[in-house]
Design a protein around this ligand. Structure first.
Ligand SMILES: C[S@@+](CC[C@H](N)C(=O)[O-])C[C@H]1O[C@@H](n2cnc3c(N)ncnc32)[C@H](O)[C@@H]1O
Ligand code: SF4
Ligand code: SF4
Length: 350
């Protein structure tokens, strides 16, 4: 590798731009939200792209915007992915996880399933996840956990929840009790609601830490430390969510954010990796984060990123207090107020 900015990471693949739900909070650019031409990554295209990244792949996750299970080739894509890594994951709305289909995916090499379930109450869940039926998804979740327990102990099952502004500590406790204790998932992950580029739950980091403490008081040691529902691996963690992201069009980016605005390093189908790594946007992003130029202008790729408007990246960077302070006064960023600056209504109601 010639570029100093190529290093091993999780590789996130967005297999399609199709979705079968119309969740009221979702701003993904899917065919349900806009008149887009339907597009799926094909097995041939995946082969070409993964071969170019092969030395850098740690693990592979099928996610991105939209719903991966709507790509009709997903079992075949999984089989190809499994040739590049022993860890292949799926993030899904769970509506298509019928037992036979899950078995096909598992046989192809899928070992990590993360299902986005935002509530334990059907009347709340079904209202926001328009088109979904919580009871059916829960029944698929039970079947998946049965498969793990009886035949495949290597399977890892995650439930991911969006933290909404109205969620209270007590509701989150019930959520954890439901899925961690009753269902027996391996892991629960939380991330705050983001709308129009803003984090809508300002105190979510404090709330999450408070929830962990409350559960420990009950004798339940749940680790909510991860922001993403997938196994996140990289040599340099940068802002906290950087990785190798391939969009359904075959474009390479450092994360799944901002691809909605068309920002990417270029097409991995048309160019070699080294060519993309020589691009100005690629070099600027990696120099900023890797060389710790935190007080310099924010890279073009990251301009306006919601993640930098809160404090999660400081928490995640784990670079020391002084480095974190440079973001507080950064001229390119609006005053950071999310992730814990304001009084916590949720915590008061505890
Ligand atoms: C865009 S979805 C794509 C995968 C799949 N369709 C699903 O719903 O799991 C990826 C993740 O983003 C989450 N998500 C969607 N809209 C969000 C929002 N406005 N704020 C925070 N998370 C959001 C979903 O819950 C899901 O876990
Ligand atoms: S299922 Fe996923 S991609 Fe589809 S609308 Fe809901 S959150 Fe968005
Ligand atoms: S700061 Fe935002 S845009 Fe930049 S790499 Fe991180 S998540 Fe992506």
């Amino acid at each position: 590798m010639v570029s100093p900015y190529l290093f091993r990471s999780t590789t996130l693949i967005e297999p399609t731009n199709k979705c079968n739900l119309g969740c009221e909070f979702c701003e993904a650019n899917c065919t349900v939200n806009a008149h887009l031409k339907r597009r799926d990554i094909t097995p041939e295209q995946l082969e070409i792209m993964l071969a170019k990244l092969s030395e850098l792949i740690i693990n592979i996750v099928f996610q991105g915007d939209c719903e991966p299970t709507l790509n009709p080739y997903l079992p075949e894509l999984t089989r190809i992915a499994a040739r590049f890594t022993s860890s292949v994951a799926l993030v899904t709305n769970g509506t298509r996880l019928k037992e036979m289909y899950v078995r096909r995916l598992v046989e192809a090499g899928m070992s990590w399933f993360a299902i986005s379930i935002d509530d334990y109450r059907p009347e709340v869940f079904n209202q926001v996840r328009r088109g979904a039926d919580l009871e059916k998804i829960q029944s698929s979740l039970r079947a998946l956990i049965r498969l793990r327990d009886r035949e495949r102990p290597d399977l890892h099952v995650v439930v991911h929840k969006i933290v909404f502004p109205g969620d209270t500590l007590e509701e989150l406790r019930t959520f954890v009790r439901t899925y961690y204790l009753d269902y027996g998932v391996n892991q629960i992950t939380f991330a705050p609601l983001v709308q129009m580029g803003d984090i809508k739950v300002r105190d979510w980091l404090k709330l999450r830490n408070r929830l962990e403490s409350a559960m420990i008081d009950e004798g339940v040691y749940v680790n909510l430390g991860e922001f993403c529902p997938y196994p996140y691996r990289t040599l340099h963690r940068y802002c906290g969510t950087n990785l190798l992201f391939i969009s359904h069009e075959g474009n390479l980016s450092p994360c799944g954010l901002h691809v909605r605005q068309g920002r990417s390093f270029g097409s991995l189908l048309e160019h070699d990796l080294e060519e993309l790594a020589q691009g100005e946007r690629f070099r600027e992003l990696h120099a900023y984060w890797q060389d710790k130029r935190y007080s310099r202008p924010i890279p073009a790729q990251c301009h306006d990123c919601f993640l930098l408007k809160g404090h999660y990246h400081r928490y995640s960077l784990n670079e020391g207090h002084q480095a974190g302070l440079q973001f507080l006064d950064h001229p390119d960023l609006a005053p950071a107020a999310a992730d814990g600056e304001e009084p916590c209504r949720h915590l008061e109601s505890a």
